[in-house]
Design a protein around this ligand. Structure first.
Ligand code: ATP
Ligand code: MG
Length: 368
């Protein structure tokens, strides 16, 4: 029995933040040693909302940052295969092979796509964005992943990959594993402004690479209970982002329980609650800072991991495409034609005749 496989990853659109951590990184780190773990740098997916030459030129640097963030957060290089999606053309081929297995109305019902178009300021849905889950299915099925840890907004995409795998196996015979979704313990982390989820574009993120000072500044400005104008007023803990972060990142559970009690009773100020939160977040990030410094010091290591990982992932995806083409009967189609061509060639040679002028013209024109 081979180890089960995991696939997860991100678009190289910026540094990773605490929202990414709770949404997918935490699961990746928890599981990656017990799986063959593949982590995609989804630069083709980035093209769905960012496709200028400048956007593309920034990818190498962003890919490096993303992998460095992941290593700093706790993914071990010896247990992780990082790869660049666009360097594996067979991913695009799989995406074409599975296109007929899903309908447009099914894709139009995926809630995250409209949200992504809106967030990117795109009025009409690009074809590529509608096909985002199809390309993601190609990533997942190409690696033959058994498990896919993703955040809440990405879960419907994994469901599409499952549907596609089932339909493929039904039509062409058992070929692809049906991947399981690994949901996050905390589906979504609120931003520091309390206005919805933490995200790069909303400017409400604490990054894994933020310095201790940046963390203190961001936490000091955090949105808290707006009704509470005096320290001695009882405050609200439920739905308060400061306490949501305490729950998530403060390992000192006794301190969190005491702070909540005092907040509800009106015996602790927001300043103290936030100072303790900043300290807790920094305790959480400190080991990441140490690991980051170590990986940064070994120059070229991150790039080397991506290049080696891409070669390895490509071999896997190539194997899958071969299996898929064979299962579909596509391989046989061209083989039959080739055999016919050989027969014609042989027959002409036996006759001492030249192939028909027309055929010669075509083959000359195509260079095949
Ligand atoms: P952008 O602002 O450019 O949309 P972002 O910060 O929202 O960026 P994405 O690249 O959209 O980050 O997110 C990638 C994945 O990370 C999402 O599919 C989701 O699973 C997870 N994720 C992002 N933000 C959060 C969050 N605040 N809480 C939980 N998961 C998150
Ligand atoms: Mg987003």
């Amino acid at each position: 029995m081979t180890e089960p496989r995991m696939l997860s990853g991100d678009r190289p659109t910026g540094r990773l933040h605490l929202g990414h951590y709770v949404g997918s990184l935490a699961n990746r780190i928890r599981l990656h040693r017990s799986y063959q773990s593949y982590f995609i740098i989804a630069d083709l997916h980035m093209l769905t909302t960012r496709n200028t030459r400048e956007d593309i030129a920034a990818t190498a640097g962003l890919a490096r940052d993303m992998v460095l963030d992941s290593l700093a957060a706790g993914l071990e290089p010896e247990h992780s295969v990082f790869y660049l999606q666009s360097a594996i053309p067979e991913v695009a081929e799989i995406s074409v092979l599975i296109q007929s297995l899903i309908t447009v109305p099914r894709l139009e019902r995926v809630p995250s796509l409209k949200e992504m178009a809106r967030a990117a300021g795109i009025g009409e849905m690009p074809y590529a964005l509608l096909g985002y889950p199809v390309l993601q299915a190609a990533d997942i099925l190409g690696i033959r992943a058994d498990a896919v840890p993703v955040g809440r907004d990405n879960a419907p995409h994994v469901e599409i990959a499952r549907e596609v795998a089932r339909r493929f196996n039904h039509l062409y015979g058992p070929t692809l594993p049906v991947p399981a979704l690994v949901p996050a313990a905390t589906p979504s982390l609120v931003g520091t402004d309390g206005r919805g989820k933490m995200s790069k574009t909303a400017g409400n993120a604490i990054y894994l690479s933020d310095s201790a000072d940046e963390v203190r500044r961001k936490v000091a400005r955090m949105y808290t209970d707006p009704q509470r104008v005096r320290v001695d007023m009882p405050g609200t803990v439920e739905g308060n982002p400061v306490f949501a972060y305490h729950d998530e990142f403060n390992g000192d559970r006794a301190e969190v329980a005491a702070l909540k009690r005092r907040y509800l009773a009106g015996t602790v100020g927001d300043v103290e609650v936030k100072e303790r939160l900043a300290a807790a977040v920094n305790r959480f990030l400190d080991p990441m800072r140490e690991r980051r410094a170590r990986f940064e010091a070994s120059g070229g290591l991150v790039e080397d991991l991506i290049v080696t990982g891409t070669r390895r992932a490509r071999r896997e995806v190539q194997r899958t495409v071969t299996d898929m083409r064979r299962a579909m009967g596509l391989t046989a189609v061209f083989s039959q034609l080739r055999e016919g061509a050989h027969r014609a060639d042989g027959a002409h040679r036996a006759d001492g005749a030249h192939p028909a002028g027309h055929a010669r013209q075509i083959s000359g024109a195509d260079g095949i």
